[in-house]
Ligand binder design. Structure first.
Ligand code: FMN
Length: 180
């Protein structure tokens, strides 16, 4: 798939078929996402693929009180990805001090680069995704036993699309770009 077709064609999908996500394809997606740039090449992002039906159901039912709509979407997805990142690396010097005034927020920047690369790669391999930012962080962290040295960044629903929504309208380039 051409890069621009992939960028323009990827959509957030919230309805999935029952077809599972095969491990070989997910491996390829994660490998592609590993080519995302990262702070000093620290490569801090780690993925937890949740395919166990009972565990997915607990996440959807018990960990979405802040936005129940996301729980409804999660119930339709054959796999949930918990995106986590190693703490204390991105944005830091070796002596533990911050490199820039943005302090440790570079962790989120790295995760964003990796997650978009993940979603584009998924699209290129025929799978669909939706990124989720609203869920009960502490509950999912506990349920998935995410280690202390990692932080849960976001969730991704992944599977085969059962809908083909039009792209939400974008702002005009003139609103987005300024030359000086
Ligand atoms: C950081 C972030 C958080 C998001 N959180 C959610 C979410 O909690 N639930 C949801 O349904 N979509 C979520 N989205 C998806 C956006 O709503 C979606 O990307 C946007 O509407 C544009 O649609 P498109 O991805 O199809 O181009 C999130 C996207 C991003 C980048």
């Amino acid at each position: 798939m051409e890069a621009l077709d992939c960028i323009y064609g990827r959509r957030s999908i919230r309805n999935f078929t029952d077809e599972p996500v095969d491990h070989e394809t997910l491996d390829k997606i994660v490998e592609a996402a590993s080519y995302a740039p990262s702070w000093k090449h620290t490569q801090i992002v780690r993925y937890i693929a949740v395919e166990d039906a009972a565990l997915r159901s607990r996440i959807a039912n018990d960990c979405t009180s802040t936005f129940v709509y996301n729980g409804d979407t999660m119930k339709k997805a054959p796999m949930l990805i918990a995106v986590t990142a190693l703490k204390g690396r991105s944005g830091y010097e070796r002596d533990g001090s911050f490199t820039t005034g943005r302090k440790d927020t570079w962790m989120m920047f790295d995760a964003g680069c990796a997650v978009q690369t993940f979603c584009l790669a998924a699209h290129a391999y025929g799978l669909s995704t939706v990124i989720m930012g609203i869920f009960d962080d502490d509950k999912i962290t506990e349920l998935l036993e995410i280690p202390e040295d990692r932080e849960l960044i976001n969730m991704i629903c992944i599977g085969h699309a059962d809908e083909a929504p039009a792209a939400p309208k974008r702002k005009a380039v003139t609103d987005l770009l300024q030359y000086k």
